[in-house]
Design a protein around this ligand. Structure first.
Ligand code: PLP
Length: 263
């Protein structure tokens, strides 16, 4: 059985973060492991409090996993601050980790900040270049590319700018996936690698229960990479999984509910 590690924050309401990742990995019938970077107190209405884990303790968790069980793929989500980012980057290099899917989580959908502002540049310069694929949503792509894409063509332009910033020196397979779920008209996603651009056309699903979609997509991509699929096919399969989870429409809580992984 393939093994997938998630490095992310805890969402006590079970919709996003570590909890969404482990549900996704289990639904893919793989073995899930977790390194926790931060605790959040939140529910479907928003984030009430965030407590980052000490960077040395994040390092201790990574050492415990990598000195014993080698994951076939790693998903990285909420990383909270600069010290944690630098610790993860050091450990990813020390253990020569492959198949890293990095979701550059900057804020919760409801608006709360999940990454310190000054940490964004460190994330871009020190951790992103170690990934096989990074998966910014429109807001994150705007921060990384320097403008807000509003159409599929502009998403392609943003993906190319981000690719050049992050992966210019890389010779192996790596890619940027700009996710269009927050666009008003479509939910197209754009994948850009060294040579090609792929557009994944999707119509928007009318569903408010989208909390955890980004986490779920990135961990589903990690599961597919662990199984040996290439980047393009992994994204295709992962999108199918998220669409299925959204269509089952679990309506929990009084805010924007979580995805349903029970389908
Ligand atoms: N990680 C954690 C711990 C979170 O709490 C959230 C959102 O609340 C996210 C990641 C991002 O969630 P999404 O998958 O909805 O982008």
């Amino acid at each position: 059985m393939k093994k997938v590690l998630t490095i992310a924050g805890s969402d006590c309401s079970g919709g996003a973060g570590i909890q969404a990742d482990l549900k996704t990995i289990t639904a893919h019938r793989l073995y899930g492991m977790s390194v926790i970077t931060a605790l959040t107190a939140q529910n479907t209405t928003g984030v009430q409090a965030v407590q980052a884990i000490d960077a040395d303790f994040v390092g201790a968790q990574l050492d415990a996993v990598f000195s014993d069980i080698i994951p076939d793929a790693v998903k990285i989500g909420m990383v909270a601050n600069k010290e944690i980012i630098q610790m993860i980057a050091r450990k990813m290099q020390q253990y020569k980790v492959r198949n890293i899917v990095l979701d550059p989580v900057m804020a919760a959908t409801a608006g709360s900040k999940l990454l310190q502002k000054e940490a964004t540049v460190i994330l871009q310069n020190e951790l992103m270049p170690l990934a096989s694929i990074i998966t910014p949503n429109i807001g994150e792509a705007a921060v990384l590319a320097g403008f807000t894409p509003t159409t599929t063509d502009e998403m392609e332009k943003a993906a190319k700018i981000i690719y050049e910033k992050v992966f210019a020196k890389r010779q192996d397979d790596c890619a940027v996936l700009v996710k269009g779920g927050h666009l008003t008209d479509s939910a197209d996603d754009v994948l850009c690698d060294k040579n090609l651009t792929y557009i994944y056309n999707s119509r928007k699903i009318d569903n408010k229960n989208t909390h955890g979609t980004g986490c779920t997509l990135s961990s589903a991509i990690a599961c597919n990479l662990a199984e040996g699929f290439n980047l393009q096919q992994s994204v295709k399969n992962a999108k199918k999984y998220v669409t299925m989870a959204m269509q089952t429409n679990l309506d929990l809580g009084s805010g924007a509910g979580p995805l349903n992984h029970m389908a």
